[in-house]
Design a protein. Structure first.
Lengths: 113, 116
């Protein structure tokens, strides 16, 4: 079936380094993707989104890259800080009448001081 | 920044009991959702709600589940007869429009349900 999934379940980086979190999706018809950050015991927090008519979008310290050819999405975090430690989920928005999200399995980002 | 609020933050209930989880979506939002996350697993869609009716539901959302918007501000999820496997974090979410472009889906902090 259609799914959104992550390659790496855990990513450990040093403070100040750049982080790259990857995601593969399988629904080629999807046209909107979001990255969420989830801290322990909290709800998903919106980070950045991208539509399929773009291949790159930048925010503050974060960049999302979309490669539709290989159905791959990545989240880059520049100068990673301890506060970035969390689980990161990619999500596919299937749009239509309901705006339902299909989440991937998540990557735990651990930032070492 | 406006936020989605949920109560209770944690509830422990006996198997077979009814549970109601409450949510106050962001005030000008029109689309409401419930998601759940079993410990250590991904977030799963349960149901979407618009114009006072369910617009889509997942296979998880069986006859034991129901949603309601009783008073124009609250949005509730009821589990009629809880099972052990209902233990999870339940997230409420809302958005202003269904068109995803520029309409972020905001999540609450979650209600942790433990069924014993």
């Amino acid at each position: 079936g259609e799914s959104v999934g992550l390659h790496l379940p855990t990513l450990s980086v040093q403070e100040g380094d750049n982080s790259i979190i990857n995601c593969a999706y399988s629904n080629s018809a999807s046209d909107y993707f979001i990255w969420y950050k989830q801290e322990s015991g909290k709800g998903p927090q919106f980070i950045i989104d991208i539509r399929s008519n773009m291949d790159k979008r930048q925010g503050q310290r974060v960049t999302v890259l979309l490669n539709k050819t290989v159905k791959h999405l990545s989240l880059q975090i520049a100068a990673t800080q301890p506060g970035d430690s969390a689980v990161y989920f990619c999500a596919e928005n299937q749009g239509g009448a309901t705006n339902k999200l299909i989440f991937g399995t998540g990557t735990l980002l651990a930032v070492q001081p | 920044e406006p936020e989605v609020t949920q109560t209770p933050s944690h509830q422990v209930t006996q198997m077979g009991q009814e549970v109601i989880l409450r949510c106050v979506p962001i005030s000008n939002h029109l689309y409401f959702y419930w998601y759940r996350q079993i410990l250590g697993q991904k977030v799963e869609f349960l149901v979407s709600f618009y114009n006072n009716e369910i617009s889509e539901k997942s296979e998880i959302f069986d006859d034991q589940f129901s949603v309601e918007r009783p008073d124009g501000s609250n949005f509730t999820l009821k589990i009629r007869s809880t099972k052990l496997e209902d233990s999870a974090m339940y997230f409420c979410a809302s958005t202003r429009q269904a068109d995803p472009s520029g309409n972020t889906i905001y999540f609450g902090e979650g209600s942790w349900l433990t069924v014993v």
